[in-house]
Design a protein around this ligand. Structure first.
Ligand SMILES: Nc1ncnc2c1ncn2[C@@H]1O[C@H](COP(=O)(O)OP(=O)(O)O)[C@@H](O)[C@H]1O
Ligand SMILES: NC(=O)OP(=O)(O)O
Length: 311
């Protein structure tokens, strides 16, 4: 049965730098086109953690070296990351579709996502971005006025505010393109965070929205059947990385909340995925979420692997 699916792509689908991204998107395109070949209607959301950190450092260095270039706000860095990642992803998806004889235009939509200026997340940076650092490098970064955090046992990273997405500004455009049979890339990097002003102006916010939460909002807003979060693990685990680790094939919202209270899901990595998956599964009867490995997307949708979250 054909489904309307929102796919959230994690870091391993994009790599960490320019040449890695070029190579990774080819591989990623195959996994996505597998689902299109099965007749599903797909919209793709991607992350931007490494890329937005890289762009922000480049823009900051430029403004330090040349005072005619003011610092680029984080919202502008996310807009740049949507263009740069969308460019590679759109072309690799287009080439893979042609290779398989599927006639489907691909479009990247520069997407703004409204956030609440009073969101407490603005006072508590929690979203890791950029490259990994040693603790000593992170301490130096902190001394220079940046927030830093340890990222799920993988090293230290800069971190920025990550308010919850409230509304997708370009939703009607995304819907129209999907209805026209096009493959849409939207809400890249969680969307460009904007705060609607009283006069209607959309003011860029200094934050990076979590792409799993943005994908969840997009899935609800498009009345999708499924939210698929593709990452670097085949299943969600409890006691992750410990000798008693257990992979989960099914996860009810009740169990997810119980495990979350036990601290089973690392903040900034697996926790937002589980929270987004649960929110979507609970939003309407019949909606399902799946968390799995990029390469297993086809098997996951067939119910053969991954962690399925449903009511
Ligand atoms: N309980 C858990 N189960 C599975 N993976 C976990 C768990 N806790 C943390 N992780 C880690 O979270 C990673 C996924 O988060 P992350 O790399 O931030 O995602 P993304 O694919 O969106 O970049 C997994 O690859 C794994 O290393
Ligand atoms: N914006 C975002 O959530 O990016 P990552 O998935 O790369 O962390």
């Amino acid at each position: 049965m054909s489904k309307r699916i929102v796919i959230a792509l994690g870091g391993n689908a994009l790599g960490n730098n320019l040449p890695e991204q070029m190579a990774a998107v080819k591989h990623t395109a195959k996994a996505i086109v597998d689902l299109i070949e099965q007749g599903h209607q797909v919209v793709v959301v991607h992350g931007n953690g490494p890329q937005v950190g890289m762009i922000n450092i480049a823009m900051t260095t430029l403004s330090r070296e040349d005072s005619t270039h003011p610092m680029a706000p984080m919202s502008v860095c996310t807009a740049m990351s949507q263009g740069y990642i969308g460019y590679d992803l759109q072309n690799s998806l287009g080439e893979e579709l042609i290779r398989r004889g599927i006639n489907k235009p691909v479009a990247t939509i520069l997407t703004q996502v409204e956030v609440d200026g009073a969101d407490p997340a603005f006072n508590n940076p929690s979203k890791p971005i950029g490259t990994f650092m040693t603790q000593a490098e992170a301490e130096e970064m902190r001394r220079r006025g940046n927030a830093v955090m340890e990222d799920a046992g993988r090293g230290w990273r800069r971190c920025v505010a990550s308010p919850k997405p409230k509304a997708i500004v370009e939703l009607d455009t995304i819907n129209a393109l999907m209805d026209a049979g096009q493959l849409v890339i939207a809400c890249g990097g969680g969307g460009i965070p904007v705060i609607r002003q009283a006069d209607g102006h959309l003011k860029g916010a200094g934050a990076v929205i979590d792409k799993d939460f943005a994908a969840e909002l997009l899935a609800e807003s498009l009345d999708a059947d499924a939210l698929i979060i593709l990452t670097a693990v085949e299943k969600v685990a409890i006691y992750f990385g410990k000798p008693e680790q257990q992979w989960l094939s099914d996860l009810t919202p009740e169990d997810a909340r119980k495990y979350e209270a036990q601290g089973q899901f690392a903040p900034g990595s697996m926790l937002p995925k589980v929270q987004a998956a649960v929110k979507f599964a609970e939003s309407k009867a019949g909606r399902t979420s799946l968390i799995t490995l990029l390469e297993k997307a086809k098997d996951g949708i067939a119910g053969k692997t991954g962690t399925s979250i449903y009511q």
